[in-house]
Design a protein around this ligand. Structure first.
Ligand code: GA4
Length: 338
């Protein structure tokens, strides 16, 4: 069990959640990547939920555990040392503040670019105590997860009969790919604090509801609850944790590239646990100059794009002007925004 220090719970991170929260949801699609029916099931899951769990994925538990233990060591450092690796602008160490527009959560994190060009001086502070071990753990983990995610994207291309089959995966493998990696630590909450917020019918929000702007994301966490996803009807459901598996979600860019056929997943993390949660997330994004438009082979005859044309750079710039929970795609819908 990961137990890290427990800072006092500030009022600002206790937010009344606006939609109903139901119990654990047992119908989350579970995809065995080696199953011959996996391709069809992945596409179904992307259409219905924008979300699925992957088992038999080929990423070793050893890599996951090595990185988790390095992350735990980092988050255990004195606050002043962690702060030296911040602020996150956008990469580096962040504490409670998420993004540049006033969002807060019961979380501290490290945000990295997976593109070596963007690795800055700050990363030296991030990796300060044991540079080689931590840096290698991040690099090895990211390479393995990127490969697994690329395989998923190629299975999607096969099922949708898109050619060439690497039309999506090449964007993540490109050396200019603008992909991110995030380590999140949600500190445990003491029993009395939890009782107090529950009695008042509220939840401690670890990471507020949002969709990911990128193409696709892969989350792995320790065995702690907290992740919730929003279903089509707006109900929030808790995802039972599984530290052996990955949870994959569709991002805004893949929703656009499939002209709305796949659903970008709205999700959030509630810090409602006596145990601290550590999650590691790979966000697969395209190179900055890439045009994000529906894939021509997916368009029916006469079908029009639901979205205005934009590059990933334009979308990202616009995303960083929004609040976490905003619907970022609306501005780019042909029938919405301005
Ligand atoms: C959500 C997905 C990723 O965690 C992230 C986040 C980013 C940040 O934490 O800096 C953003 C958020 C995310 C979307 C809107 C902007 C940017 C915070 C925020 C308010 C790293 C990303 O790419 O977009």
């Amino acid at each position: 069990m990961v137990v890290l220090s427990q800072p006092a719970l500030d009022d600002f991170s206790v937010i009344k959640t606006c939609k109903p929260t139901s119990g654990p949801f047992n119908e989350i699609p579970v995809i065995d990547l080696k199953n011959p029916k996996a391709k069809a099931r992945i596409v179904e899951a992307c259409e219905e939920f924008g979300f699925f769990k992957v088992v038999n994925h080929g990423v070793s538990m050893e890599l996951m555990e090595k990185l988790e233990s390095e992350a735990v060591k980092f988050f255990k450092l004195p606050q002043s040392e962690k702060d030296r690796a911040g602020p996150p602008n956008p990469f580096g160490y962040g504490n409670k503040r998420i993004g540049p527009n006033g969002d807060v959560g019961w979380v501290e994190y490290l945000l990295f670019s997976t593109n070596l060009e963007f690795i800055s001086q700050k990363s030296l502070s991030i990796f300060q105590k044991n540079p080689e071990v931590f840096r290698c753990a991040v690099n090895e983990y990211v390479s393995a997860v990127r490969e697994m995610v690329c395989e998923v994207l190629e299975m999607i291309a096969d099922e949708l009969k898109i050619e060439p089959r690497n039309v999506l995966s090449r964007l993540l493998r490109d050396e200019k790919s603008d992909s991110f990696f995030r380590l999140n630590h949600y500190p445990a909450i003491s029993f009395s604090e939890l009782q107090a917020v529950r009695v008042s019918g509220r939840n401690v929000v670890g990471f507020g509801e949002h969709t990911d702007p990128q193409i696709i994301s892969a989350v792995r966490s320790n065995n702690t609850t907290g992740l919730q996803i929003s279903l089509r009807d707006g109900a929030w459901v808790s995802v039972p944790p599984d530290h052996h598996s990955f949870f994959i979600n569709v991002g805004d860019s893949l929703q656009v590239m499939t002209n709305g056929r796949f659903r970008s997943l709205r999700h959030r993390v509630l810090a409602d646990s006596l145990k601290s949660r550590v999650s590691m997330i790979y966000f697969g994004g395209p190179p900055l100059g890439e045009k994000i438009t529906p894939l021509p082979s997916l368009m029916d005859k006469g079908e029009e794009s639901l979205y205005k044309e934009f590059t990933w750079c334009e979308y990202k710039k616009s995303a960083y002007k929004t609040r976490l929970g905003d619907n970022r795609l609306r501005l780019f819908e042909k029938n919405g925004g301005n």
